[in-house]
Design a protein around this ligand. Structure first.
Ligand code: C2O
Ligand code: CU
Ligand code: CU
Length: 506
């Protein structure tokens, strides 16, 4: 419920924190870990990439080792770099004692290489998809999509970033030196027990999904990164299981959103605060040419608005209020003037986005996401409180995910309008195999920062969100695409459907 309320406040408020300095650097630099930069797995020249899924031990907290899983490393995986108009071959090898499927989220690739739950690798086995990358430059990601275990496996670490490059002139002007002025920033949250182990339970997740109590960025607590004294690009990925994040710089500076899920916006959008739902990516540019540091605060959206004060007072209350015990989690960027800086102005035009004429949209589908409380009333009566998730059934159009059922059949190359509504609560609705355009979000016209290529759209109680979408690749009955809520506990509890994309026959 708090999620819902704060979202509305956020979207309606316009969010000017004008002139307010939120807070000085929250922590001293020396106490902070460095931002872990996942190594690059460079597939830009067609070299196959070996990706070994394995168990590991990762230190999230100083001096504490936590059992995790990762890809070629202990937690998370390398950043896969690829390029438009190349073939990307991935040699996945599952060394775990459980089955795993790995999905390329945001990739425009056919269903048989999409990595949905049908493509599970049993323990010890491999999977070697070749992906033809035909889409524009974008920040995408890969993550577990194992049937019923996505939330658990992502939580333990089975995720990583994918960067698609292209040869457009603008791509050369934007900061693009990975790990220097082009940084992957993966936002997640985790809860640890006294022994340092990750705490997770699908059964005990609340109705909004599983929330960790500790924010982590690339697997580190409030890390620091040294950057040049110029333009810095952050590739932000909300890789959390269920959290919505609100981001703002501590000095309330303006940053420029340049890209959303599926690639560059048409033009940069100046912003001071930004919301990100699970599964979403945003690329932003922040200019540090006149600074020694800048601190990106990562707020839990549900914390901000617990009392329904709206985002501005909520942010201020969190930072200054009597109940404020710990500083908010953050990423501190500190300037190293010995690094070569990108001082090229942010281009005024970034991309041209293809949009259909209204009369090209020939088909409309409707999707309603529902959370049915079932027996949760009696669970409440027995004092189980918020831990009533096991009694909930999560559906889309009245049906829970069934691997044996194709829920929708779509024709390739045809524009469609999808109208999606939540019966209760906020949900990030994600569609495989495409980028789409949002036409309406929660009953309101789309804002410029949401006007680009997307694969995830937020829904709220009662209002329709509308997207227009066209699928250009095939997905068969054996290897269908998915649409689902990207709150992973909702997905694992059934808020997902399957669809095929085929050419018209006859
Ligand atoms: Cu990021 Cu079907 O998922
Ligand atoms: Cu996906
Ligand atoms: Cu949901």
């Amino acid at each position: 419920m708090s999620l819902t309320f704060s979202r509305r406040q956020f979207l309606a408020g316009g969010l000017a924190l004008t002139g307010t300095c939120l807070v000085g650097p929250a922590w001293s630099n020396t106490a902070r870990p460095r931002l872990p930069i996942p190594p690059l797995a460079d597939g830009t020249d067609g070299t196959p990439l070996d990706l070994t899924i394995r168990a590991g031990m990762w230190s999230f907290k100083p001096g504490v080792m936590t059992p995790t899983i990762g890809v070629n490393q202990d937690y998370l995986g390398p950043t896969i770099r690829t390029r438009r108009n190349t073939d990307l071959t991935l040699n996945y090898h599952n060394t775990l004692t459980e089955g795993v499927s790995v999905h390329g989220h945001g990739l425009h690739v056919p269903g048989n290489v999409d990595g949905g739950p049908q493509l599970e690798m049993p323990p010890g086995e491999s999977w070697q998809p070749t992906l033809s990358i035909v889409q524009p430059a974008a920040t995408c990601w890969y993550h577990s999509h194992t049937h019923g275990k996505t939330g658990d496996q992502v939580y333990r670490g089975l995720a990583g970033m994918i960067i698609i490059d292209d040869d457009e002139a603008v791509s050369k002007e934007l900061p693009n030196r990975y790990g220097v002025d082009d940084l992957p920033v993966i936002l997640q949250d985790r809860t640890f027990d006294a022994a340092g182990r990750l705490v997770y339970s699908l059964e005990e997740a609340g109705e909004d999904g599983w929330f960790g109590d500790t924010a982590i960025i690339n697997g580190a607590l409030s890390p620091v990164a040294e950057v040049p004294a110029g333009k810095v690009r952050l590739r932000l990925l909300n890789g959390a299981n269920a959290r919505f994040y609100i981001l703002a710089f501590a000095d309330n500076r303006t940053f420029y959103k340049i890209a959303s899920d599926g690639g560059l916006l048409e033009a940069p959008v100046p912003m001071t605060t930004m919301e990100m739902s699970p599964g979403e990516r945003c690329e932003i540019i922040v200019d540090l040419s006149g600074d020694t540091s800048a601190e990106l605060l990562t707020f839990f959206e549900d914390d901000i608005d617990e009392e329904g004060e709206g985002i501005v007072s909520g942010l201020m209350g969190l930072l200054t209020g009597p109940g404020q015990s710990a500083p908010p989690a953050s990423l501190l960027l500190t300037v190293d003037r010995t690094l070569v800086a990108n001082t090229v102005p942010v281009p005024e035009r970034l991309a041209t986005i293809e949009r259909p004429d209204p009369d090209e949209i020939t088909k409309t589908r409707e999707f309603v996401l529902e959370m049915d409380h079932g027996e949760s009333e009696s669970a409440h009566a027995q004092g189980h409180g918020a831990h009533a998730g096991h009694a909930m059934s999560m559906t889309i159009n009245g049906a829970a995910m069934d691997m044996g059922v194709i829920n929708e059949r779509v024709e390739r190359g045809v524009w469609e309008r999808w109208r999606i509504r939540s019966d209760q609560g906020a949900h990030p609705f994600h569609v495989h195999g495409c980028s789409f355009l949002i036409e309406q979000m929660e009953g309101a016209a789309v804002t410029p920062d949401q006007g680009g290529l997307k694969d995830t759209v937020v829904l709220d109680d009662d209002d329709w969100s509308e997207i227009v979408v066209r699928f250009d690749h095939l997905a068969s009955d054996d290897f269908p695409y998915m649409y689902h809520c990207h709150i992973l506990e909702h997905e694992d509890q059934g808020m997902m459907g399957q669809f095929t994309v085929t050419d018209r026959t006859g």
